[in-house]
Design a protein around this ligand. Structure first.
Ligand SMILES: Cc1cc2nc3c(=O)[nH]c(=O)nc-3n(C[C@H](O)[C@H](O)[C@H](O)COP(=O)(O)OP(=O)(O)OC[C@H]3O[C@@H](n4cnc5c(N)ncnc54)[C@H](O)[C@@H]3O)c2cc1C
Length: 413
């Protein structure tokens, strides 16, 4: 066995997996630096995250006890049913099935979290280990470590480099250049927003729409996806009670909404959105669901306009098994998948947990570094790759274009 020595871990990307890993490493007595490209952390990336035990147990392992409590306090009150429920456009129930992945069980079941709240919890207490506005451009392996090159021309050195830099990962592009990102094409463009659950709206909608994740579809191919976020405790107040040093923005109860637009509707790329675009998108959504049940129309009509955004979907097409080195990838960088089954963040957090266990064992002198990384990568591939395929099949069932795009629009990044 190797001599015990705390590793210094470089992490590219301060998203969910990179930040969770950083907390775990600090908790276990290792050191790390997280390089996050964005200086402004307010970019819209989604609203409610459905959580299962992959993500929940990873957070329990990685976070300090009080921050994990805060996560529980701010997570969604478990709905009575808590399933994926498929409805017609008139709200007749067609089917229901449990969410994919192992459920979070126990007294305080946690089934969903507001993404920004989770990120704010994860961003707390990292001190100098978190470096916003620092994009990783490339890396080189040295005799006994790794050096990363940052966009501002500076470099940093460590024992290990973890690419947690998302679907367009710079680390993966260099480490596994053969791995392809497949864009899902226009039909895979997700339009998201949220509708605040005001008392007036609550009076208009059946409680079924607050249970689990709702997918309503008509025979013409239009669909609406809903996810209610009603936290156990008001988010900002929970922080004041459980971890007063953590600042959480208040969050009103809401329904996350994703809705189709009529075929042929032109949605401009994010950089070209003007002040009028969100209203245009909402109106197109209402056109797509013309004649639908009034409760669903009221939800879409009530969308908070500034909350609307579009996100092009894609997935990583796994390549051949690779030999391990000091440089590895986790989360979307390793295995981005379509978001429709609510698995990506859970599996990204789980990667952070599995890698943490391996790196901590190395630091304790119980394992050699490169074989330990190889063991993590094998575990990850075995667990995660089947879910990429499942999300593709699910997308096809609900009229998405991802499977068709697989042959037509492969891109290497
Ligand atoms: C609309 C939507 C809804 C979703 N819903 C769910 C859900 O309900 N449940 C679920 O489990 N998953 C869900 N997902 C998937 C989930 O969001 C992702 O799988 C998850 O965020 C991946 O985490 P990550 O840490 O790997 O990457 P990310 O969260 O993408 O973080 C990557 C980070 O790296 C940074 N970065 C990028 N390039 C560089 C660079 N060169 N240098 C430094 N930093 C860099 C980025 O700025 C970012 O902060 C959803 C996704 C979308 C789009």
């Amino acid at each position: 066995m190797s001599a015990s020595r705390p590793l210094h871990v470089l992490i590219a990307g301060g998203g969910l997996s990179g930040l969770a890993l950083a907390h775990g490493l600090l908790k276990d007595g290792l050191t790390c630096e997280v390089f996050e490209r964005d200086a402004d952390l307010s970019r819209k990336t989604g609203y409610m995250l459905h959580m299962n035990a992959f993500g929940g147990e990873a957070l329990r392992r990685c976070l300090p006890a009080d921050l994990f409590e805060l996560y529980l306090d701010t997570s969604r009150k478990p709905p009575e049913r808590g399933e994926s429920i498929v409805l017609t456009d008139q709200l007749d129930e067609l089917s229901a099935q449990p969410h994919l992945g192992p459920p979070n069980e126990g007294e305080r079941r946690h089934t969903g979290v507001h993404r920004k709240t989770l990120r704010q919890i994860l961003l707390s207490r990292l001190g100098d280990s978190f470096r916003p506005g620092a994009a990783v451009v490339s890396y080189s392996e040295t005799a006994d470590g790794v050096r990363v090159q940052l966009a501002d021309g500076s470099t940093a050195e460590g024992d290990v480099l973890v690419g947690a830099d998302g679907i367009r990962s710079a680390v993966r592009a260099q480490r596994l250049p053969e791995v392809r990102v497949v864009d899902a094409g226009i039909r895979g463009l997700g339009l998201y927003g949220r509708t605040i659950l005001t008392p007036e709206l609550l009076e208009q909608i059946p409680t079924l729409l607050l249970q689990g994740v709702i997918i309503a579809a008509d025979t013409k191919g239009a669909r609406v996806l809903l996810g209610a976020f009603q936290p156990r405790q008001p988010v900002a107040a929970a922080a004041a009670a459980t971890a007063p040093d953590v600042r959480l923005d208040p969050v009103e109860d809401y329904l996350m909404v994703s809705c189709s637009v009529p075929p042929g509707t032109v949605i401009p790329p994010a950089a070209e959105w003007t002040a009028e675009t969100p209203a245009m998108v909402r109106d197109a959504m209402l056109e797509a669901i013309d004649g639908w049940h009034p409760a669903l129309r009221a939800i879409v009509a009530g969308l908070d306009l500034p909350s609307i955004f579009g996100i092009p979907f894609g997935h990583v097409e796994p390549g051949a098994v690779w030999a391990p080195s000091r440089v590895t990838v986790i989360g979307d960088a390793a295995h981005a998948m379509l978001p429709t089954l609510g698995m990506g963040a859970n599996l990204a957090l789980n990667d952070a947990r599995m890698l943490l266990d391996r790196l901590s064992a190395v630091s304790r002198g119980e394992a050699e570094l490169v074989p330990a990384i190889g063991a993590f990568e094998e575990q990850m591939r075995e667990l995660v790759y089947p879910f990429i395929e499942m999300t593709m099949q699910h997308d096809r069932q609900f009229g998405g274009g991802a499977l068709a795009s697989r042959g037509a629009q492969e891109t290497t990044v």
